[in-house]
Write a protein that binds this ligand. Structure first.
Ligand code: ZN
Length: 508
């Protein structure tokens, strides 16, 4: 076989694996959006089978042989070309996947599924002890997983790498320390001025049909089209799909708040990333976002930098007043704008504001390191959790359901996932500053309800590359710099300093 034939063979094999993974994504979407509960057991088997088959196909000797044989061919290609990226990135994925024995991988999946059920019950009963044996099992398996690799520096690096390739624990610690130094005093200052923001207008009672229609009208202006997108209702909002022109967003609606609107914008950001990947990468493993952190930078950008900005509400506030005249007809734009930017320490991560959110993440990041380094007894986690909630946010945790048991991640063994949420916040502003430089009238466009130039700029400078480059290379390419918390901290202090009437030093 010639090198060209070998490359073609590799592409065909990878395309079939991608087909299976996409089928999995749609089965999973169906499970969360459409399926009657009676399908649960059969669906778990279907997903497990697809997962096993695609994994076996990927770690096969044939694929291993092809990527070895194509080494010198790859060296002759332009580093930036689709083919060079495909070979290079597949070699890296293969190297990682083939280190983990299939039995261990299957056991982790199985233990995760069992622990998830236990977690749902334990959370309902607010009983951490009931969840503890399952957590212990997950942690044991993670230790075996870590042993498959040789961590250069820290144990946690191995787990972090599964969600944010190439990121080191030490690097995350450094930017999180910066957030602590800069934002904890800021939160304390805001706390003394709680009267500056009145958010009662956000809890006036909003029929969910109106919320759905209004949320839809926003993301349609962002770029949602019926030809390539869907929006459905679910319990825990997410975005998925089967290719760049089949994007599925989900959200949830509650009458006593307007969170669904921000959640729709958030999921649109995830969808726009997948929708923007170049068609030339379709049916390859490069046809998705570069990492969870970069993905979250896009959802946070549309949710917060666009959706909580004053120019955005200049355009949309009259429209939401039309949708909810009784609730919002008598409210001033400025009052509403301040309300959607309210900063207040609270118990639950997913409900947290832009500033305090990061401390929910820092708490989990610190505890996870202790868990994987075995420097904490798992039975002591509730106490350690509560102590950190008090230390960082001054919040009393009334029970385990709203404390240590609130998130799903530890039930499926997702240690190392949490930091990517805050990395996404940080990266979103690094990219935003570049977009502002490139599009001088950006905020004027928002006031006119125009968002297309921003979306196209993001497509051109980030989305189209998919996973062609490492997350680090991708960030450098779009933001022109490595990870840096400076722009994010300045943005929060500037915007929220104004909302709360706190004079901030002129940004350096
Ligand atoms: Zn997200």
């Amino acid at each position: 076989m010639s090198d060209e034939q070998k490359l073609q063979d590799l592409k065909t094999r990878l395309a079939e694996i991608v087909d299976l993974r996409r089928a999995e994504a749609i089965l999973s979407w169906d499970q969360h959006v459409m399926m009657p509960p009676g399908g649960a057991a059969a669906r778990a088997e279907q997903l497990a089978t697809l997962d096993r088959v695609s994994h076996e196909m990927f770690v096969s000797d044939e694929i291993g042989g092809l990527i070895e044989d194509l080494r010198s061919y790859e060296e002759g290609l332009d580093y930036e070309s689709d083919d060079a990226s495909l070979i290079r990135r597949t070699r890296r994925d293969y190297g990682k996947a083939s280190r983990v024995p299939p039995e261990l991988s299957a056991e982790m999946t199985r233990a995760g599924a069992i622990a998830y059920e236990a977690w749902v019950k334990a959370r309902k009963a607010s009983d951490f002890k009931a969840f503890l044996p399952y957590l212990e099992k997950n942690v044991q398996l993670k230790h075996r997983y870590v042993e498959c690799f040789d961590p250069a520096d820290e144990t946690y690096d191995v787990l972090l790498d599964d969600f944010e390739e190439g990121m080191k624990t030490a690097e995350v610690r450094e930017v999180f320390d910066q957030l602590k130094d800069e934002l904890l005093p800021f939160i304390a200052e805001v706390a003394e001025r709680q009267d500056a923001v009145d958010d009662s207008s956000l809890h006036a009672g909003f029929p969910t049909d109106g919320q759905e229609q209004f949320g839809r009208s926003i993301i349609e202006r962002f770029g949602f089209t019926p030809e390539a997108w869907r929006l459905d209702r679910t319990v825990h909002p997410f975005a998925t799909g089967s290719c760049p022109t089949d994007i599925r967003l989900t959200t949830r609606y509650a009458e006593d708040n307007l969170e669904s609107i921000f959640s729709s914008m958030h999921e649109f950001g995830h969808g726009a990333y997948e929708n923007g990947v170049d068609q030339s990468l379709d049916r390859t493993p490069l046809c998705r976002g570069a990492s969870l952190g970069l993905h979250e930078s896009q959802s946070r950008m549309w949710e917060n930098l666009v959706g909580r900005s004053l120019p955005f509400w200049h355009y949309f506030f009259p429209k939401i007043q039309e949708t909810f005249p009784e609730q919002l007809g008598g409210v001033e734009l400025e009052t509403f704008y301040k309300a959607v930017n309210k900063v207040q320490p609270s118990l639950i991560r997913v409900d947290a504001d832009e500033v305090t959110y990061n401390f929910h993440i820092i708490l989990r990041f610190e505890l996870e390191q202790e868990i994987v380094d075995s420097t904490i007894e798992l039975a002591d986690l509730p106490e350690a959790w509560n102590a950190k909630m008090d230390e960082y946010l001054g919040v009393d945790v009334p029970d385990e359901a709203t404390g240590v048991l609130q998130d799903v991640h530890w039930s499926f063994g997702g240690f190392g996932y949490f930091p990517t949420y805050s990395l996404g916040n940080i990266i979103s502003v690094q990219i935003w500053e570049k977009a502002l430089e490139a599009i001088p009238g950006l905020y004027d466009q928002f006031e006119q309800g125009e968002f297309g130039e921003l979306r196209e700029w993001l497509r051109e400078n980030l989305h189209r590359y998919g996973r062609k480059f490492t997350p680090r290379e991708t960030l450098e390419r779009v933001a022109g710099a490595p990870l840096d918390a400076g722009p994010y901290i300045r943005y929060l202090k500037d915007k929220l300093g104004q909302v709360y009437g706190i004079a901030t030093p002129v940004s350096a």
